[in-house]
Design a protein around this ligand. Sequence first.
Ligand SMILES: *Cc1c(COP(=O)(O)O)cnc(C)c1O
Length: 481
Amino acid sequence: MAEIHFHNGEQLPLELHKVRIVQKLDLQPVERRAEAISEAGFNTFLLFNKDIFLDMLTDSGVNAMSDRQLASMMIADDSYAGSATFTRLTEKLKEIFGTEYFLPSHQGRAAENIIAMTFVRPGSIIPMNYHFTTTKAHITRLGGIVEELLVDEGVKIESNYPFKGNFDLDKLERLLAEKHDIIPFIRIEAGTNLIGGQPLSLENIEKSADIAHRYGVLTVLDASLLQDNLYFIKTREEYAKDLSLREITRRISEKMDIIYFSGRKLGFARGGGISIHSKELYLRMRELVPMFEGFLTYGGMSVREMEAMTVGLDETMDMDVISQGPLFIKYMTDELIRNNVPVVTPPGGLGCHLDASRFIPHVRQEEYPAGALAAAVYIAGGIRGMERGTISEQREPDGSEHLAAVELLRLAMPRRVFTLSQVKYAIDRITWLYENRNLIGGLRFVEEPSSLRFFFGRLEPVSPWPEKLIAAFRRDFGDSL
Ligand SMILES: *Cc1c(COP(=O)(O)O)cnc(C)c1O
């Protein structure tokens, strides 16, 4: 992907690939969309694909593969042990990260399980720039404590700070000085997921690793969103401007003791694993792989996915490939800002994030603004996003609501999946919705599971606001879908 100047003055992200396999999409009329979200209990997780036009729920396992990836699947070597496919994957990781050893796992969270079981003890502290849901669950399940040491700028919704995923190095230094004997490792999350795919700088990664090593503490990189982080280092960081993507990757990996990733994101396939420099650390984790994942040469992955991941990792070292997501997200974010729609800035990787607290300030947090906005965006455009607000939190032990720090609607951008006209459509419908934001009302639970309520919970509107939205849509768009 390149940003191209058009003669008419526009600057647009231009696809440097052509589409050779397509999947038909349906765009249902607005009346059917309102019916579908009602059937789904106003929870976008419970919608069916036949009712969805643009699925922006997640970037996990839904990225488009290249012709080279699909072709590689035909030479997969399906043997239980000694598979040539595994050798190719290990060699590719060695080429990119310089790591000698690789432990495969069925996806990213399985790698987290293995690392946590090996290193976390009751009372262990794990410092990190920011947590990810599954990471935190594995650490706390074993009695560990997560300490988030993100720079203050990281949680500001509107900012022009280029590296909102950075560690606060002073806080890291202080914590390590005081508690290093109960800190088995620090965890560095590239392309920090839950704060909007925001990157760390190369300089910050190197400095945090140096601090950890000075106190004899291991460094662990969560590289699931490394491809986006690499793009931002290359384009935003003066310190790295003369380095190639491969050199930046090596500079990062030289400072890491352990690198793990979700192959559903990094490598554009499905699977995951752990790359390790030292034999000693490899041996400490190794026995857990056959116990929980599968034999050491596949770890629960299909060999076809492993071949595709090998090629996908190679393509991650190509700026034309990894720029696609960030440039589409930047385009979408910038256009929404031009239309005064409140969004998280600067644009990160992963997706575009709408700020529901400012989009619909009249909806109280107890009536789930991010969830209501997710339902409204679906009704307005058949676009499915993910609620990142109070519905995603769990109630307090006394049953009271735990209000989220931010109410966001995440609109993920699966890599190489959408065209620019589809993105423009999303911008148009969201802008229309913003102009009609007063029509949107809140939600309340009708079925609330005690855990993971955001996956399975069912809600209803507190007033008949969806009908009003349909009427406004018909008034403004006539018979159009
Ligand atoms: C997705 C993700 C994971 C978990 O990976 P899965 O393959 O979904 O299990 C871990 N860390 C980060 C940063 C992620 O984005």
